[in-house]
Design a protein around this ligand. Structure first.
Ligand code: NAP
Length: 259
C-alpha cells in the first residue's frame, strides 16, 4: 500500500456508528463501509435499520443493533449484542442526537431531559459500555478512537429557540476534552466533529423554512455534503490522526467564523 494510502486507511477496522440509518450518521457509516471497515449501526427503528443495512451492504460489511440509547440499559444492550460477534472495537462514533424547538416562554421542562439524555448521557454511557472493547483494540502507537458529533450550535448562539440542544452540544465538546484526558493513557483518543448544516431528518424542516439563507450562513455559500463529513470521520479514525485527541474539528463551511 502506498504510504499516503496507509496514513488514511481504515480497512478492516471495526466501527460502530450510532444513528447510522439516516442523516450524518448514515453519511459516516457509508464512508466507513466504502473504506473497507466492518460497520455496525445502531438506532431505534428496526425497519430503518434493515433498509440501511441492505443498502450499505452493497459496498461492504454492515450489520445493525436495535436500541434506544437514551437509557443506560439501552447502551448496555448495544455492548452486549456487539459482544456476540466481536470482542474489540476500533472506532466508536457517538452520532445519534435529537433536538427540540419551542419559543423561550413556552420551552418545556421535558425538552431538557429528552435532549440531554440522548445527546450527552448516551455519549458517556456508550463510551463507558464500550471501554473494554476499545481497550482491547488499542495497540502501541495505534490508539482506538471515539468520535463524538458536536455542533456549531454548541459554539455560537443559535438563531432558533433550541435551548437544550445548544447547551447539550457545548456539553458534548467539553465531555470530549474530559474523556480525551482520561482515556488517552489507555490508548483511546476522543475527538469531536463540529458539523455545520447538513441535510438530514432533523434538519429537513429548518432547511425548508430557512431556504437559501441557511447556505448563506457559510462563507462558502452551501450546506454540507456526505463527502465533507465522511472525509473528516475517516481522518479522525485513521493512522494519520493517531496523535490527535481532545480536539474539535469544525466541518461547517466556516459557519462559526461567518456568524
Ligand atoms: N444535520 C445537521 O445539520 C447537524 C448539524 C450539527 C450537528 N448535527 C448532529 O449530528 C448528529 C446526527 O444528526 P442528524 O441531523 O443526522 O439527525 P437525524 O437525521 O435526525 O438522525 C438521527 C439518527 O439518530 C437515531 N436516533 C435518534 N434517537 C435515538 C435514540 N434514542 N436511540 C438510538 N438512536 C436514536 C435516529 O434513528 P431512530 O429515530 O430510528 O432511532 C437516526 O438514525 C446529531 O448528534 C446532531 O446533533 C447535525
Amino acid at each position: 500500500m502506498h504510504e499516503v494510502q496507509r496514513l488514511f486507511s481504515i480497512e478492516g477496522r471495526r466501527a460502530l456508528v450510532t444513528g447510522g440509518t439516516v442523516g450524518i450518521g448514515r453519511m459516516i457509516a457509508a464512508a466507513y463501509v466504502r473504506a473497507g471497515a466492518d460497520v455496525t449501526i445502531v438506532s431505534r427503528k428496526p425497519e430503518d435499520l434493515e433498509r440501511a443495512v441492505a443498502e450499505l451492504s452493497a459496498d461492504g460489511t454492515c450489520r445493525s443493533i436495535t436500541a434506544d440509547l437514551s437509557t443506560r440499559e439501552g447502551c448496555a444492550h448495544v455492548a452486549d449484542r456487539y459482544a456476540d460477534h466481536a470482542s474489540s472495537l476500533d472506532i466508536l462514533v457517538n452520532n445519534a442526537g435529537a433536538t427540540w424547538g419551542a419559543d423561550f416562554d413556552e420551552f418545556p421542562d421535558k425538552a431538557w431531559s429528552r435532549v440531554l439524555d440522548l445527546n450527552v448521557r448516551a455519549v458517556f454511557n456508550l463510551t463507558q459500555a464500550f471501554a473494554p472493547a476499545l481497550r482491547a483494540a488499542a495497540a502501541d502507537d495505534a490508539p482506538s478512537r471515539v468520535i463524538n458529533i458536536g455542533s456549531v450550535d454548541g459554539i455560537r448562539a443559535p438563531d432558533l429557540d433550541t435551548y437544550s440542544y445548544a447547551a447539550s452540544k457545548a456539553a458534548v465538546h467539553q465531555l470530549t476534552r474530559h474523556l480525551a484526558k482520561r482515556l488517552g493513557p489507555e490508548g483511546i483518543t476522543v475527538n469531536a466533529i463540529v458539523p455545520g448544516p447538513f441535510p438530514s431528518r432533523m434538519m429537513a424542516a429548518t432547511i425548508e423554512e430557512m431556504g437559501d439563507s441557511i447556505a448563506e450562513m457559510s462563507p462558502l455559500g452551501r450546506i454540507g455534503r456526505a463527502d465533507d463529513i465522511g472525509a473528516a470521520a475517516i481522518y479522525l479514525a485513521s493512522p494519520g490522526a493517531a496523535w490527535v485527541t481532545g480536539s474539535l474539528l469544525p466541518v461547517d463551511g466556516g459557519v462559526i467564523v461567518g456568524s
